[in-house]
Design a protein around this ligand. Structure first.
Ligand code: ADP
Ligand code: SF4
Length: 704
């Protein structure tokens, strides 16, 4: 089947200064978590997007100088020759697939604290980012840049641009977004300068223009020069000469750049989770840019539907369809549209687990695409699979995310797979969780896998089939994989964060009970120390039908871990809108008649809150009874010619859906595979041998 003619427009080439993008699919700069410490993994990850049809593939943020040091967050560097070699691995790999490679040169200014390099941070006027979350806090404030600092910055950008050209990049960025240094010059809250770089907007853009000029100077007519800019704040500011300061900036800089890469100003608004933010949410902020500039414009919006992409182009919003998350969830998205296989696109669900990987400073992970980041390290190609091994028939028990992913992976390898699910519908935890407020998009995890499985002739799906040990022994399969999931417990824990046993009472519930339709009466209390989405989503859900819902957590914020997925501001807003009363820094200690007793985490001070139903959203325990019962019957397993019984997903170790999918996939990849070792390949930075040398010129002495 070929491409649908209505999508032809997506495959038109686009000129970006002296270079030409082969199509309109543009994988925008986004951090991979791999930095220059894992250059082969990074190259494998970026190259996969080029192979999948993205016409331009960009790096994440790349520091131009050690005074821009975001450690411990995973930023890349372009400081020396080793860094050039490190990035060249990516550009060569991207070019092999006919795509252009872009590099986002970056200086963090007053929003970094140079924890490793120990240079004083730089900012326009000595103001620093005053982060309220401990993960971003620093205790080094910035120095107000003088004229020499500005000259240095321009020199660093010019040198980095030269290195970028040597590394083989085709598009070189100036990054004026997200609180970083050039952006700080644009906003009067950061920029209090009285010299030529401060004051009117025409002055505040001066630094950005000069950065663009030195970049062009360095790359000549070999590379396109791109400007990535956040426009949310600027668009909200009135200007004397234009409808907003954003309009004025675009007018003032339009001749200086070959490409506009336009975005929002903070990670939660730029990469909003689907729980709170719809697809295409940037449009009201960035829609004006193309009307002013003759230069191509790229923007993002978690676009996964080719019809939406075409509409963005036809309506004159964008020239290039930018993507970070959709290109992670499916590196082959463009290729699938090109081949008329839109139904095969593994659509991003907007869960932002990928963003949490950046906050965690680890290689990118994705709920939908378990192969991401594993291209070089584990040799996983998202579209290619190895051949089956000796046990060619496999029974998988449990059709949640782990079971579904395992079934699909094994079936693609050519095994004959049966997937049995006790419930009438597949999906496991997703069956209930996708009915929670904002989580409907997560059903793509189930829908995509089921639709792929239904098209394979070597898979049989059995819904409404709860299997017992006897059933399994009686069925003729050589391999059994148990994917029976986990259950929420009623466990509480002590001030030392140790498990102290279950709170058993008729009015104590878990999310499983709510999913099973048990009656929750108000006033209800949700006690959350799971800290991810379930506690707050359940409180929001209950508030729709239950009178008076309170939310109690030992953490400082509701759904505290969602700071990692950009959700936390919206979680708090949603709970406030739903009328849920918040009690942070508290633990539930006991239940009394119609009341629950909560204690302050630090002072121990107790308080009663009215409660007829307590829902504990805390620990989960593997539902592993079936697995234990099976492995206890070794002789009968042998007699039934069953070669192995294994566990995957939550039945092995309960966790977020991303882990269940990865575990199910890994089992599918590794079953009978000839693995040299059970360790994956380890990447290492590109470095020269370098002896220890002191600044007086002496070298380290061996012995004394
Ligand atoms: P995971 O995230 O690991 O995939 P889930 O809890 O989402 O785990 O899914 C596990 C699924 O296994 C559930 O849909 C549950 O109904 C199913 N299941 C549990 N026990 C059995 C069984 N004995 N036979 C068939 N299906 C089962
Ligand atoms: Fe999309 Fe979630 Fe994957 Fe990120 S982790 S790309 S948000 S599916």
């Amino acid at each position: 089947m070929g491409r649908q003619p209505r999508y032809d427009v997506l495959f038109e080439p686009v000129r970006i200064g002296p270079v030409t993008a082969p199509n309109r699919f543009y994988a925008v700069p986004h951090a991979s978590g791999m930095t220059n410490t894992m250059p082969r993994m990074r190259a494998g990850f970026r190259a996969m997007k080029a192979e999948g049809g993205w016409g331009v593939v960009c790096t994440g943020y790349v520091s131009v100088h050690p005074s821009s040091d975001d450690s411990p967050l995973p930023y890349a560097t372009l400081w020396d020759d080793n860094d050039i070699r490190s990035h060249a691995l990516m550009t060569e790999a991207v070019h092999r697939h006919g795509a252009l490679a872009g590099i986002e040169l970056w200086h963090g200014g007053g929003s970094v604290s140079n924890k490793t390099s120990r240079f004083p941070p730089l900012s326009p006027s000595g103001l620093s980012w005053m982060a309220t979350h401990v993960g971003f806090m620093g205790n080094a404030r910035s120095k107000a840049m003088d004229a020499a600092d500005i000259r240095n910055l321009l020199h660093w950008q010019r040198e980095a641009a030269r290195k970028a050209r040597s590394a083989g990049f085709d598009i070189v960025y100036v990054y004026a977004g997200m609180g970083y240094l050039p952006y700080e010059f644009l906003l009067p809250e950061w920029n209090l300068r009285t010299d030529a770089y401060g004051g009117a907007i025409a002055n505040r853009v001066r630094l950005v223009r000069e950065l663009l000029e030195v970049t062009r100077d360095a790359v000549g007519d070999t590379c396109g020069v791109a400007l990535r800019i956040s426009l949310e704040e600027l668009r909200s500011r009135r200007s004397e000469h234009a409808p907003s300061e954003a309009h004025e900036v675009v007018e003032l800089l339009s001749d200086s750049t070959d490409l506009w890469d336009v975005k929002m100003d903070s990670s939660p608004t730029d990469c909003g989770p689907s729980r709170f933010t719809p697809e295409g949410s940037h449009e009201p902020v960035i829609d004006f840019v193309k009307r002013i500039t003759g230069k191509p414009v790229v923007g993002v919006g978690r676009f996964t539907s080719p019809d939406t992409m075409v509409s963005q182009i036809r309506r004159g919003v964008l020239d290039l369809i930018g993507a970070a998350r959709p290109s992670i969830a499916d590196p082959f998205l463009p290729r699938k549209i090109d081949e008329g296989r839109e139904q095969d696109i593994r659509e991003c669900i907007g869960c932002n687990i990928c963003i949490s990987s950046w906050h965690d400073s680890v290689p990118v992970r994705c709920t939908q695409n378990p192969t991401i980041g594993e291209e070089w390290r584990r040799g996983w190609h998202p579209e290619h699979y190895g051949a089956p091994g000796r046990g060619s028939t496999v029974l998988i028990v449990g059709g949640g995310p782990a079971g579904l992913e395992c079934a699909l992976t094994l079936a693609r390898r050519g095994y004959s797979v049966s997937l049995a699910e006790a419930a009438d519908h597949f999906g496991g935890r997703l069956r209930f969780e996708t009915s929670l407020p904002g989580l409907a998009t997560w059903s793509r995890v189930l829908d995509w896998r089921l639709s792929q499985l239904r098209r394979l002739s070597n898979v049989t799906l059995y819904a409404g089939n709860e299997l017992s040990v006897e059933d399994i022994l009686g069925l003729e399969h050589q391999r059994v994989v148990v994917a029976t999931g986990a259950r929420w417990t009623r466990m509480l824990y002590s001030t030392l964060e140790l498990a102290v046993g279950d709170l058993e009472a008729a009015n104590v519930f878990t999310p499983d009970d709510v999913a099973a339709g048990k009656l929750i009466e108000g006033p209800a209390v949700v006690f959350d120390f799971d800290n991810y989405y379930m506690g707050s989503a359940l409180a929001e859900y209950l508030a729709q039908s239950v009178d008076r819902v309170s939310y109690v957590t030992p953490a400082g914020h509701a759904s505290a871990w969602t700071i990692m997925t950009n959700e936390q501001p919206q979680v708090h807003r949603a709970l406030a809108n739903a009328g849920v009363k918040l009690h942070t820094l508290c633990r539930v200690t006991r239940l009394e008649r119609d009341e629950v007793v909560i204690a302050n985490l630090f002072t121990g001070e107790e308080r009663q809150i009215p409660c007829r139903s307590l829902v504990i959203v805390g620990a989960r325990a593997a539902r592993d009874d079936l697995h234990r019962a099976l492995v206890a019957r070794q002789e009968e397993l042998s007699a039934a010619a069953i070669l192995s019984v294994d566990r995957i997903g939550d039945a092995l170790a309960p966790g977020a859906i991303v882990h269940a999918i990865h575990g199910g996939h890994r089992y599918g990849r590794e079953l009978d595979a000839e693995l040299g070792s059970d360790l994956y390949r380890r990447d290492a930075p590109i470095v020269d041998e370098a002896p220890l040398l002191y600044d007086d010129g002496s070298a380290e002495q061996a012995g004394k």
